[in-house]
Write a protein of this length. Structure first.
Lengths: 112, 113
């Protein structure tokens, strides 16, 4: 079983739509959680960290459920520029302190 | 520097040749990572350096792959006797020790012909 699992999509939504991505992780000792964004043929970039209490950054809301080992990202009022692949990322405690585990990504296309 | 710098940005090599990829991390970032991303695929962990600790090499796919880093400076990833399946984008990232956010370089696109 992979450490981080995501629905690969693709998700195709119209501008203005609300879309949600989910992610599960296998290691209960996971310590920190993130969403990264990767544009086509570009490197991944940190979108936001995910905090236990949930957090919001503009149109983006991230939530964490430790009991279910589940992370989500909600995008409201989608823009064309939101089209990208969204990577769920987990950092685990242990011998490889600091190493991040990446999901394979969920592809989003926002159409006009 | 201001960001993570990788060179070359593109490399085409013949099957069987050796290649060396370079990563220059953000100054002060003690952690450095190499990942590989094949076309249309997710990120595949290769190796992780943290300060002067022994590197985590658990992701290196074969003994043709090796990487070095001296202290907290530049890292090189070497692929010997390249094969066509080595064709991918090789991404380097760095971070402060204990922090979660990586900064990635723009990658080296390796094509083995």
């Amino acid at each position: 079983r992979k450490e981080v699992e995501q629905d690969p999509g693709p998700f195709n939504v119209p501008e203005g739509a609300t879309v949600a991505f989910n992610c599960t992780y296998s290691n209960s000792a996971s310590q920190s959680f993130f969403w990264y964004r990767q544009d086509c043929r570009k490197e991944p970039k940190l979108l936001m960290s995910v905090y236990s209490s949930g957090n919001e950054d503009g149109r983006f809301t991230a939530q964490l459920n430790r009991a279910s080992q589940y992370i989500s990202l909600l995008i409201r009022d989608s823009k064309l520029s939101d089209s990208a692949t969204y990577l769920c990322v987990v950092k685990m405690r242990g011998s490889t302190l600091g190493r991040l585990y990446f999901g394979r990504g969920t592809q989003l296309t926002v159409w006009p | 520097g201001a960001g993570v710098s990788q060179s070359p940005s593109n490399k085409v090599t013949e099957k069987g040749k050796d290649v060396e990829l370079r990563c220059d991390p953000i100054s002060g970032h003690t952690a450095l990572y190499w990942y590989r991303q094949r076309l249309g695929q997710g990120l595949e962990f290769l190796i992780y350096f943290q300060g002067n600790s022994a590197p985590d090499k658990s992701g290196l796919p074969s003994d043709r792959f090796s990487a070095e880093r001296t202290g907290e400076s530049v890292s090189t990833l070497t692929i010997q006797r390249t094969q066509q399946e080595d064709s991918a984008v090789y991404l380097c990232a760095s971070s402060l020790a204990g922090s979660g956010g990586y900064t990635f370089g723009s990658g080296t696109r390796l094509t083995v012909v």
